[in-house]
Ligand binder design. Structure first.
Ligand SMILES: Cc1ncc(COP(=O)(O)O)c(C=O)c1O
Length: 448
């Protein structure tokens, strides 16, 4: 009999929800222990790029485990870490030459901001410590990363515990913070960084962090083409490091290795995680400019940081095998090509009265829902529309990644779609038809 919640000893995310038990994965599908098939339409949370159950990866896993699974980063390096770092540097914009490995996104974002801080101290600018980020953003749930995240709902309960850090407006064309139409836009949202740096005092600002394409908090928000080049210029003008949070967008998710590659800019650091191992192992990489590494090397010589699973050999070997697979099968181009097909097909959902916008790049797509297409008024968050839609699609065998609060931190509903890069046209059509069916049903059930 179906229970409303679990009676076992796991502390679940949602304690009032019953989760089916995942049994196995194959390609774009996950199967539960009742044999039900789900299309992994969001790759979990924009994690799975190469697909589930790839034999080459499990073989690489076993090969490394048979040699050694763990050695501590304070005692040894490993061939797996060396090989993976070389591979990542090759795929990164030129000038980024060193890689620091960790095991998760939030931990990695914290590492990047600490590394920025130590760099500033070591180069004789100890007054530079502030990190500016944006509203409608997500950088993680640990206290430091949550401080940078611009999502009111996720921050609210923990506000007394987190440091106040400056946030600028998002690059959100559909809901332009300056109420401008695209043809009148002069990238005021990028200029907001300059204003904030000046208000805070350029001498106090260490870094600016942003997702090249916003994922969890807004559903694939793509900025205008000039946005990141202008951000790069502003950072250069005020001697501020630019950190690109590519936890969701790297590697290949948006149809390029990294999100910033769409605009040919070179950040000072890239932080990458989910697609890096496609979910086969917990791993995170902070990929940094030569100068940052050199400054610390020639200064104190030690980054005052570290975690037990930094440079974990097993995770590194797995991520190396995943990237090999990605390259051998040309999956980054596939993400670009199939992404166009996905977004083109999703546009058909615009016929629904409550679909406000379909957007995205590569296989990183979002649908924003609105109560009124003309005014863009969001739904009452009490309705939990995004969860209603995601739960119904899940019942129908399609996994999506729902989110809320995009419009102003509290209001706004969207779905993020990020299927594995191996998805076919027929499978995309199936995804879209399940979504269509779901939206028809939900629109009949809610009164608005
Ligand atoms: C852009 C971004 N940064 C950081 C994180 C935090 O990663 P983790 O959940 O592995 O801590 C996420 C997670 O979704 C993310 O999307």
């Amino acid at each position: 009999m179906k229970k409303d919640y679990h009676l076992d000893h796991v502390f679940y995310r949602n304690l009032k929800k019953f989760y089916p038990t995942a049994d196995r994965g194959e390609g774009i599908y996950i199967y539960d222990t009742n044999g039900k098939q789900y299309i992994d339409g969001s790759g979990g949370a924009a994690v799975v790029g190469i697909g589930h159950g790839v034999k080459e990866i499990t073989e690489a896993m076993v090969r490394q485990a048979e040699k050694i699974s763990f050695s501590h980063g304070s005692h040894f390096t490993s061939q797996a870490a060396i090989d993976l770092a070389t591979q990542l540097v090759t795929l990164s914009p030129s000038g980024l030459t060193q890689v620091y490995f960790l095991s998760g996104g939030s931990e990695g974002v914290e590492t990047a901001i600490k590394m920025a801080r130590q760099y500033q101290v070591e180069r004789g600018k100890p007054q530079k410590y502030k990190v500016i980020s944006r509203w409608t953003s997500y950088h993680g749930n640990t206290l430091g990363a949550l401080a940078l995240s611009g999502h009111t709902g996720r921050r609210r309960n923990y506000l007394p515990l987190i440091q106040h850090t400056p946030h600028i407006v998002p690059a959100y064309c559909y809901r332009c913070p300056f109420k401008l139409l695209p043809e009148k836009c002069d990238l005021e949202c990028a200029s907001d960084l300059e204003k904030t740096i000046l208000y805070e005092g350029p001498d106090s600002v260490s870094a600016f962090i942003a997702e090249p394409i916003v994922g969890a908090t807004a559903g694939a928000l793509v900025p205008k083409d000039g946005y990141f080049p202008k951000i790069r210029e502003i950072c250069d003008r005020y001697d501020v490091l630019l950190i690109s949070d590519e936890v969701m967008t790297g590697i290949g998710r948006t149809g390029k290795n990294f999100g910033v590659d769409h605009w040919n800019i070179v950040p000072d650091m890239i932080v990458a995680a989910k697609g890096l191992s496609s979910g086969y192992a917990p791993i995170f990489a902070v990929i940094v400019k030569e100068e940052i590494h050199q400054t610390i090397q020639e200064g104190s010589g030690a980054f005052v940081h570290g975690h037990t699973y930094s440079q974990n050999p097993l995770s590194c070997a797995i991520a190396h095998a995943v990237i090999d697979y990605l390259l051998k099968n040309d999956l980054v181009s596939k993400s670009a090509k199939m992404g166009e097909y996905l977004i083109r097909n999703l546009q058909s959902l615009n016929k629904h009265d409550f679909v406000g916008e379909v957007r995205g790049k590569g296989l990183f797509a979002g649908i924003e829902f609105v109560k009124d297409k003309k005014t863009k008024e969001p739904f009452d968050p009490k309705l939990r529309l995004n969860a209603l839609i995601a739960n119904r699609a899940f019942e129908k065998g399609l996994i999506t990644y729902p989110g809320g609060g995009g419009a102003d931190g509290i209001n706004g509903d969207h779905l993020l779609l990020a299927p594995p890069f191996i998805i076919t046209e027929e499978q995309i059509e199936k995804m879209v038809s399940i979504l269509d069916e779901t939206l028809i049903e939900i629109s009949r059930e809610i009164s608005y």
